[in-house]
Design a protein around this ligand. Sequence first.
Ligand code: FO1
Length: 330
Amino acid sequence: MATTRVTVLAGGVGGARFTRGLLAHLEREDPDAQVTVVVNTGDDLWLDGLRVCPDLDTVMYTLGGVIGEQGWGRAGETARVSAELHAYGLGWDWFTLGDLDLGTHIARTELLRSGLPLSAVTARLCERWQPGAALIPMSDDPAETHVEVEIDGQVRLIHFEEWWVRYRASVPARRFVQVGVESARPAPGVLEAITRADVVLLPPSNPVVSVGTILGVPGVREAMRSTTAPVIGVSPILGGAPVRGMADACLSAIGVETSAAAVALHYGSRTAGGLLDGWLVDTVDGDALGRLRQAGIAARALPLLMSDDTATAAIVEAALALARGTGPAR
Ligand code: FO1
């Protein structure tokens, strides 16, 4: 049996947890399978002179078994250095870089300064954590997500992390800008990971600022449209609300309703020029199945809360079953 190649387009917590369940499932069912995670780098930023890559680190730490309980940074973290930086009036006092986490940012910055592209740096950092999947940044070129907001009557562009963490996405996003994305190239291996996959999975990551950001890298959407692999997504919206995070604030910013069906239709059915062959919704959204199938998207309803690896494995199994049952309609 040829090696099964599974590719996941992931953001932070949702994508990482889903991938952890995917690896657990494949370990049992298809141990030779190869998983590649194409990770969003739109959240990346320079802070205290260091390059911080939140989604790459969340996936790496989660699959490496050392993720912090809040879903980012490291378990058993302290913040002594961060307090020192804030005492000097440096950094963002509402954004904590933990002491262990700083080790990663210092290592990454040193490796970048030595001339390595982000994809090579990521591979080097992953040698330590052995995540069990290949992690590839969506691009080696910067394409940071900045958010246009109006604060105190002034329209400004702020970094995504300021909007997300300082303002908790409570200030309406007028638009999202991927700074420099037009000249960003997919990182080595990204397009092949999509076009040569046996299945491509869109985990319940933020469809706008995570999966959407990856799709915004020139060439990625075309690769998604041309791959012979079934493209199966998992709704991040259950019963009209995101499971965690603030995807609703992102969806409303681009005029998409916060519902399981609306997100699927936003990605679009492959038969209608979009990306999806299949879509999983939570049982609470079972009434969306008819509309999805009419749109040419194979759909199934099952519990989508990734409460533990068993629950996640069931979602993974359903996604892979949908992939076997669909395949591109050509
Ligand atoms: N999120 C917070 O809510 N507060 C923080 O202080 C914070 C610090 C932080 C440091 C490193 C890192 O990789 C992530 C961090 N995050 C923090 C989470 C971050 O906003 C999210 O991981 C993503 O950017 C959104 O998915």
